[in-house]
Write a protein of this length. Structure first.
Lengths: 264, 183
């Protein structure tokens, strides 16, 4: 990625999963307790850059993201408590369960607040979002159709001579799974409406910013395969970039892009 | 100690705010204010227990309102501690000024929690999220004015074994599930 000229700038729109990953952590050394979201470490470099460049308003969210993030954390803690407390009739034990869950919940909410305080919450009108919905929806529908038609046997038959098919089948299958990971994921987990809305918001933001900064570069930081690549290649990521000029990637990777864009 | 009804809680908090305004104006902390904190704390404890024992709504919903009361109690606890030591620590009348900032939020948190208790199954779907945001505001404001206990103060009375078990289970939960699909 080439460095930006002085007249260009970059913004990162953060997906809900990134905000949640960055907020779910806690270390209580006295108690030998550690809680950390599996992707927490991947969000650290991105939040470091955003924090250092808070005056440049590099990190963006919307009302949708903020509301979803609170709900996701609340839901995860509450559903865990629900599993534990559902059949507990002993009131003392029930109270202990509620209390221990609220301790972690409060910590995560506090981290979420800290993270939100360095992000710019952008207003986007429904009309603005709706403008891009048909194109976003069509893109995902087309990719879903491609994913449905993916057939490893057909690929092997088309590309490998009959003689070698049996011997290298296992290896080809491995490569195939790696190569088409994003599409295979889409096949098993079709895109959610909420994902489409998030992409529409990212596109809307890019359009709004480009009115004043034509060379604006927009990233979408996400740990979701419906946006970000699962390895070096990804059909969905490529399509989003080609059609909408939004660069989707994992938060640690976005941090690298921002560094090469001149953000210290 | 006085036992309050839901309606009288709001009047009681308003009365506490008047007392605080007076303390601020006169630069004098009335140590008997601690009794008023205790009275309010008792009512919040009652509400907290109510949500622990509540079976008519999903545990998830009950937890949010329980958590709201828990946080309001944490702030009140810190407030009481500061009032107790105000003269020794030179916290006079700062503690009154700081308390004035959080008391209206506590009142609103309590209002939302009682509303949820009245509505139960007919619960306004926006109420849990609105309450969560308000609790966040309460914690942020309380932290800014030193009315939020530190984490070690917060977990002093908490069962440590239960805390460890919960940490392990939550850790697994955050690893295993696609959380966005659950909302």
């Amino acid at each position: 990625m080439s460095p930006l000229t002085s007249s260009t700038t970059s913004k990162v729109y953060l997906d809900t999963c990134v905000l949640v990953s960055a907020s779910v952590y806690g270390s209580y050394k006295d108690l030998d307790i550690k809680l950390e979201h599996q992707f927490y470490a991947k969000t650290v470099p991105l939040f470091e850059i955003i924090r250092k460049n808070v005056d440049k308003r590099v990190g963006l969210i919307t009302f949708t993201i903020e509301t979803q993030a609170i709900a996701v954390i609340a839901n995860a803690v509450a559903s865990e408590l629900e599993e534990k407390a559902e059949n507990v009739t002993d009131l003392e034990l029930r109270a202990k369960l509620f209390e221990s869950h609220t301790v972690f919940f409060d910590q995560c909410l506090a981290h979420l607040q800290e993270n939100l305080s360095i992000l710019q919450r952008e207003p986007i009108s429904q009309t603005e979002k709706d403008r891009f919905y048909p194109e976003v929806s069509t893109m995902y529908n087309n990719l879903q159709n491609i994913a449905e038609r993916l057939d490893v046997n057909q690929l092997i038959n088309a590309n490998v001579t009959r003689r070698y098919r049996k011997t290298i089948r296992h290896e080809i299958l491995k490569q195939y799974k790696k190569r088409y990971k994003q599409l295979l994921k889409l096949k098993s987990e079709p895109v959610e409406e909420s994902d489409k809305i998030i992409l529409c918001e990212a596109i809307s933001l890019l359009h709004i910013y480009r009115k004043t900064s034509p060379n604006m570069r927009m990233y979408l930081a996400s740990t979701d395969y419906h946006f970000s690549p699962s390895n070096s290649e990804g059909e969905i990521t490529e399509q989003i970039k080609r059609r909408f000029q939004i660069i989707c990637d994992w938060p640690d990777q976005i941090a690298k892009y921002l560094k090469s864009d001149g953000f210290a | 100690m006085i036992h309050l009804t839901n309606e009288s809680v709001f009047n009681y908090i308003n009365g506490m705010r008047s007392d605080l305004n007076k303390m601020e104006a006169e630069s004098f902390v009335d140590s008997s204010f601690k009794t008023k904190i205790d009275t309010l704390d008792l009512e919040l404890t009652r509400m907290k227990k109510y949500w622990v024992n509540q079976k008519e709504v999903a545990v998830g919903f009950a937890f949010i309102f329980y958590s709201a009361m828990h946080n309001a109690k944490l702030v009140l606890g810190k407030m009481k501690q500061r009032f107790k030591n105000a003269n020794k620590t030179g916290d006079n009348p700062h503690v009154a000024c700081d308390s004035l900032l959080v008391l209206p939020i506590i009142s609103e948190v309590y209002q939302k929690t009682t509303q949820a208790a009245e509505e139960k199954q007919r619960l306004n779907p926006f109420l849990p999220n609105a309450t969560l945001k308000l609790v966040s505001t309460l914690r942020t404001t309380a932290k800014l004015v030193s009315l939020l206990p530190t984490l070690s103060e917060e977990v002093k009375e908490t069962d440590k074994k239960q805390l460890q078990e919960t940490a392990v289970e939550l850790d697994k939960k955050f690893v295993a599930s696609n959380l966005l699909n659950d909302i």
